[in-house]
Write a protein that binds this ligand. Structure first.
Ligand SMILES: Cc1cc2nc3c(=O)[nH]c(=O)nc-3n(C[C@H](O)[C@H](O)[C@H](O)COP(=O)(O)OP(=O)(O)OC[C@H]3O[C@@H](n4cnc5c(N)ncnc54)[C@H](O)[C@@H]3O)c2cc1C
Length: 300
């Protein structure tokens, strides 16, 4: 790790919030629902699909988990009222999975029912590997409420290819991502190439099973590899979409994808709990600070 990154890793959580804000905040679409919906509307106008995520995780209060559940239910209504092309992504630990499985299930069922009533889709984010089994169980239980529900799978986990081979069918809908959590080498690949190869294997398995896939990555080489494969195998464009995180610079690649007729969805996190989330992301990827610095100089 270079000196700049080491400095950022050590310094950022000790800096006052106002100072850390420019480094931490470009990846968050605002603190309020109104700000987030405005950002989604702008993305839609540019041809992007979106998915909204209320920031937060590992909630230990039942009331708080219920409150977040209500916020998600209301969000579906606002998306519907404003006719936005936007789904919702939920972290199970944000709606109670660290309290108990049954609490998370009860809350996720409410959100699933609202998704069904308003003809929208629900994505369940995948968190650390201690929660993987329970997350798939939540998915399977909520499928009895709506078929418009999907999960994320992490290419860095050894188990993911087998999970997809076991669970996927023509109704399965998975976001494939590399995985963001610190995982032990007994359960996860560490090597970037291994992770990329596994990403491709999972993508191929999902196509073989007739499932829908979201390719969630900023890795331009991986996007190239996916496109090569998609074109060679003539994978229909309705069977997949590309996904990226709000605010990550992609040097015009997303617009190119849209111009080539591919669907692109932007993951749009928002909410008052942006600070801790952003600081964690920044520690996981201190390169973010470099992008912010670069943008300062570009804009200045
Ligand atoms: C839509 C979406 C949903 C996700 N959902 C989940 C989930 O449910 N569970 C989970 O564990 N992980 C999730 N992730 C995170 C994912 O697992 C990766 O950790 C993250 O996307 C970085 O991996 P990458 O594929 O972009 O490749 P990397 O090789 O890590 O990054 C490729 C390049 O993209 C750039 N880049 C990547 N991330 C950033 C960033 N934040 N800011 C600026 N530049 C960046 C850098 O130039 C980097 O070199 C999601 C990611 C996306 C895009």
């Amino acid at each position: 790790m270079n000196l700049f990154n080491t400095f950022i890793m050590k310094a950022v959580s000790h800096l006052p919030k106002w100072f850390a804000t420019p480094f931490a905040k470009p990846y968050v679409a605002g603190e309020t629902t109104q700000e987030a919906l405005k950002n989604v509307s702008k993305l839609n106008q540019k041809g992007f699909r979106a998915t909204l995520d209320i920031l937060g995780e590992h909630v230990l209060s039942s009331n708080f988990a219920k409150n977040i559940t209500n916020q998600y239910c209301n969000l579906y209504k606002q998306i519907s009222d404003e006719k936005l092309n936007c789904t919702i992504s939920v972290k199970p630990s944000h709606i109670g999975l660290n309290i108990s499985y049954s609490e998370a299930l009860q809350n996720l069922k409410l959100i699933s029912q609202r998704a069904k009533d308003l003809n929208n889709f629900l994505r369940i984010d995948m968190e650390n590997s201690l929660l993987t089994d329970q997350t798939f169980k939540l998915l399977n239980e909520c499928k009895s409420i709506t078929k418009n529900i999907g999960v994320a799978v992490q290419a860095y986990l050894f188990r993911s290819l087998n999970d997809v081979n076991t669970l996927a069918d023509s109704e399965f809908n998975a976001r494939i991502c590399k995985g963001i959590y610190k995982e032990n080498s007994s359960v996860a690949f560490n090597d970037r190439l291994d992770i990329k190869n596994n990403f491709m294997l999972i993508a191929k398995s999902l196509v073989a099973k007739g499932s829908f896939a979201g390719y969630a990555t900023h890795d331009q080489e991986l996007i190239d590899e996916l496109i090569n494969w998609i074109q060679t195998e003539k994978i229909p464009k309705e069977r997949f979409e590309f996904q990226t995180l709000f605010g990550v610079p992609m040097d015009g690649r997303l617009e190119e994808l849209i111009n080539e007729g591919y669907a692109v969805r932007i993951y749009v996190p928002f909410g008052p709990d942006w600070f801790d989330y952003s600081i964690r992301r920044l520690k996981e990827n201190p390169d973010i600070a470099k992008y912010v610095m670069k943008n300062f100089f570009k804009n200045g």
